[in-house]
Design a protein around this ligand. Structure first.
Ligand SMILES: [Cu+2]
Length: 328
């Protein structure tokens, strides 16, 4: 076959509408490509914005309790929780690698040793090297995990030079807080019932009298109970301590950021277990001093020779447990 007429000739003979159509089609193709690229770029940009936004929000939202659709742990507000979160993330990496390795082995075995390819299976039952490996390697991994784990446990356990003390007492079903350094300032903290919630207050989390503490202060937390076992748990602080009758447990917190933090009793303690939330307000040190002055008036104690009666802001449940000695 001979070559066709030169291109210039073809073009000169091609009717104009056909050329125009070609040009339009080409332009359309390019437009589509351009459009697809633009959409992809925009989607990427939005994704990046979303990521940056959520990261920034997470950074800002340290002072918080649970959120809707929350995934992962609440943002850390104390050095303990910082370390707990970091340790948790390290473990996630290790778990992920192990899972990936096991999945890889499984897939290899499924493909390589399937019946088609390996009709006569080997009768090998022992392999010293492999048996040593699958014993020693997991032990090493556990040791690698155990070292930071123990370090963290000791870090959580020791109260480094506490500047003040808070005593937390669990009752069925509310918490009471004492400030032994502040002339025994003490009060009860009860849930706000759902029908009395004001706008902005959190259902099942807000209380009448939150625990108020200064931010950026090392606080020793002593925890005990008067009836059954409760547990004082504030996720953002990394504090979770049993409140046991006749026993004084100790924990500590140094809240980095001012803000409001929520927690809950997390030891099943009876029918109203879900209704004894914890609300902590971390305020600047000078605001705390001002709050102390007001609080001492608000929660004034009425002392007499035989007993100490505390006047709480709301009526207490008629509970024999209230008569328990304050100093156990
Ligand atoms: Cu409870």
């Amino acid at each position: 076959m001979g070559t066709g007429p030169p291109l210039s000739e073809v073009l000169s003979e091609t009717p104009l509408p056909v050329l125009a159509t070609c040009a339009r089609l080409q332009a359309q193709g390019e437009m589509t490509r351009l459009f697809t690229r633009r959409v992809a770029a925009r989607a990427l940009f939005m994704l990046a914005l979303l990521l940056i936004g959520s990261t920034a929000f997470a950074a800002l939202a340290w002072a918080d309790g649970p959120w809707r659709w929350e995934i992962g742990m609440q943002p850390p507000a104390t050095p303990v929780k910082d370390r707990l979160t970091a340790f948790h993330d390290e473990l996630l990496v290790i778990i992920f690698l192990i899972t990936l390795f096991v999945l890889g082995l499984l897939l290899y075995v499924i493909v390589r040793f399937r019946q088609e390819r390996n009709p006569v299976p080997t009768r090998t039952s022992h392999n010293t090297v492999i048996e040593m490996l699958w014993t020693v390697v997991p032990v090493l991994i556990l040791v690698i995990i155990a070292i930071p784990s123990f370090k963290l446990m000791y870090y959580m356990d020791r109260v480094p030079n506490p500047e003040m003390t808070i005593k937390v007492t669990g009752h069925q079903w509310y918490w009471s807080y004492e400030y032994p350094d502040q002339d025994g300032l003490a009060f009860d903290s009860n849930i706000i019932p759902e029908d009395q919630l004001k706008p902005g207050q959190k259902r099942l989390l807000d209380v009448d009298n939150p625990l108020v503490v200064p931010a950026d202060t090392t606080i020793r937390v002593l925890i005990t109970g008067t009836d059954v076992i409760h547990s004082w748990f504030v996720p953002s602080f990394g504090v979770q301590e049993y409140a046991i009758v006749g026993r004084l447990n100790e924990s500590w917190m140094k809240i980095d950021h001012e803000g409001t933090y929520y927690g809950q009793c997390n030891q099943i303690c009876g029918v109203n277990h879900a209704f004894m939330p914890i609300k902590v307000e971390a305020v600047p040190k000078d605001s705390f001093q001002r709050w102390l002055v007001d609080a001492k008036k608000k929660f004034a104690r009425r002392d007499n020779d035989t007993a100490t009666v505390r006047v709480a802001a709301v009526p207490d449940p008629p509970d024999a447990a209230r008569a328990a000695p304050a100093g156990n």
